[in-house]
Write a protein that binds this ligand. Sequence first.
Ligand SMILES: *Cc1c(COP(=O)(O)O)cnc(C)c1O
Length: 408
Amino acid sequence: MTTITNLAYFFNSQLIEGDEMSTDESQRYLVMTPGPVQVPQEALQELARPMIHHRTPEFEKILTRVLEKLSKVFMTDQPVFIQAATGSGGMESALVNVLSPGDKVISVICGKFGERWAEMAKTFGAEVLPLNVPWGESAKAKEIEELLKKNPDTRAVLIQACETSTAILNPIEEVSKVVARFPKTLLIVDAITALGQIPLPMDKWGLDVVVGASQKAFMLPTGLAFLSFSKKAWPFVESAKCPRYYWDIRKEKKANLARQTFFSSAVSHIRALDKVLDRILALGIEKNIHVFSAYAEATREGGRALGLVPYAKTPSTSVTALALPAGVDGEKLRDQMESKYLVTIAGGQDQIKGKVIRIGTMGDIGPKDILHTIVCLARALKDLGFNCDEGAAKKAAESVFTKQGIKF
Ligand SMILES: *Cc1c(COP(=O)(O)O)cnc(C)c1O
């Protein structure tokens, strides 16, 4: 079903079978974290190409088609902008381009990234109404609605589509229906681990600002943030009073119309993005979503068969958090996975540090990478003295692929 190549898996599977490892350091790890992720070969090749200047007809052509393709992934008729930054830069850009100091903002906090957005909004002088959700759970549209009714002067609702620290999905479609009833309120969505991985049609659902980043579902190295503003959001962009210079999207919009970026373009990243977008669009967003949701389901079922419990009540397709049995230290397990099995996974943050592991299912991976990760996880658990059934876990994951029609 997928045409995805699995170089890291190839070398790692050799290790599992006891053969010699590749000596190429660059192929050493299978990166199964929720960003960064495995970068496809065709993108790596683009990143290695000789430089061209960004104010050239050649680059202008590339930029123009990349921006068009990005709009397809965002599923919007609005322009999508590229900013040279990590995802958090995109989050900041989203805020300063629509808010003014003193604006009231509802910040949905389901985990670390929700906390970050609330902090950022405070930094720029917003009056933040936090909506705290217990870790592992998703926000409820009803609660957002109640808070909005009490505070009809709210300028924006900030929310993560997928809260990467707890691996939950928020009910964005439902929330969008609520916010749509408040003409003076924008819905601002951190879709950094969601775009391309879960259904998130910006125009159809009426999402007002959507933010993505290169090192997650876009399968590239860290360094690019993407964002788009709805028709409802553009008047906010014009009137926003937060200080903005680097992030000022009005300058970027003007430059893009002239087929350029306002500041120097991240030429190598954008050329690589061109290739990745071709891959995503060739498979189609829907199929892409289908494949990655099968990867996440297989990860959950494999984990369950090992005795680990999915932590998120409404689990994401881009990252899976697995709660560990008492006596298994998540940090040690993560280290064992990396040092002995060369599979990099993520640990838990803050209140769930040591208690969960997080496995990313984004990037250039295939079913074999999932199976390999589960087998290594079983072995690492055994190394730490936890008895589990490797064969049963592999079978559980395989049966998900069979059920979803994915060859492995
Ligand atoms: C990764 C991520 C970000 C951005 O993190 P950066 O390190 O700044 O790229 C923001 N939100 C979510 C939900 C993420 O997963």
